[in-house]
Design a binder for this molecule. Structure first.
Ligand SMILES: [Zn+2]
Length: 175
C-alpha cells in the first residue's frame, strides 16, 4: 500500500509510478555492468531528467556510493551547485532510502522523494541492512520534503529477487 507524508495526489503518484517502473525496467542493464540493484533519478518540476545513477559501491570501491548519493552528486554537478533547493527537484528511487541516504537527501535541498520497495522488504529479500530510521516520513514533512513510498513495489521486489538469485554480491560490512 502506498505511504505518503501528504494527502496523496493521484497525478504525482501516477507520474512517479511511471518513472519508477521505467527505472526497474532499466536496472538489469546497470546490474550487468556491475552496479548494485538500486537505481535513482532526479527530475525537475517540468519533467526534465537532471541525473540518473545506480549504486556503484562495489565497482568504485566506495561505501557511500548508493544510487541516491550518486544521483545527488550528479545533479549538483550538472547544475553546478551544492544546494538544490531553488530547483524544486524530485528524487525517484527503486527502493526506500537507507539511513545514510536520508541524511544525504536532507542536506541536498531535494524537495520530494518517491521510492519503490520499502526497507523491510529489501532487508528480507537481499539481507542488506538499511539502518534505523525513526519516523523519517514525518521528519521530512517537518522540513518541507514530500515523500511517497511503496510505489510499484511488486515489480521492484521481483528485480531484487532476481539479483539475489543470480548470485550477485550482497555486502554486509558490519557482520
Ligand atoms: Zn543508501
Amino acid at each position: 500500500m502506498i505511504v505518503a507524508n501528504e494527502k496523496i495526489d493521484e497525478q504525482k503518484l501516477k507520474n512517479a509510478t511511471d518513472i519508477i517502473l521505467q527505472l526497474q525496467k532499466e536496472m538489469p542493464k546497470y546490474i550487468a555492468r556491475g552496479s548494485g540493484p538500486f537505481l535513482a533519478a532526479v527530475y525537475d518540476q517540468n519533467g526534465r531528467l537532471i541525473a540518473k545513477t545506480a549504486n556503484s559501491v562495489v565497482g568504485e570501491k566506495c561505501s557511500h556510493n548508493h544510487a541516491e548519493m550518486n544521483v545527488i552528486k550528479a545533479a549538483e554537478k550538472a547544475l553546478d551547485t551544492y544546494d538544490l533547493s531553488e530547483y524544486n527537484l524530485s528524487l525517484y528511487v527503486t527502493s526506500e532510502p537507507c539511513m545514510m541516504c536520508i541524511g544525504g537527501i536532507m542536506w541536498s535541498g531535494i524537495k520530494a522523494v518517491y521510492y519503490g520497495v520499502p526497507s523491510k522488504r529489501v532487508e528480507e529479500i537481499t539481507g542488506f541492512d538499511e539502518g534505523f530510521k525513526p519516523d523519517w516520513l514525518n521528519e521530512f514533512k517537518k522540513r518541507g520534503i514530500t515523500v511517497y513510498g511503496n510505489i510499484a513495489q511488486q515489480e521492484g521486489e521481483r528485480v531484487l529477487e532476481e539479483y539475489v538469485q543470480s548470485g550477485h554480491i550482497v555486502y554486509q560490512p558490519e557482520r
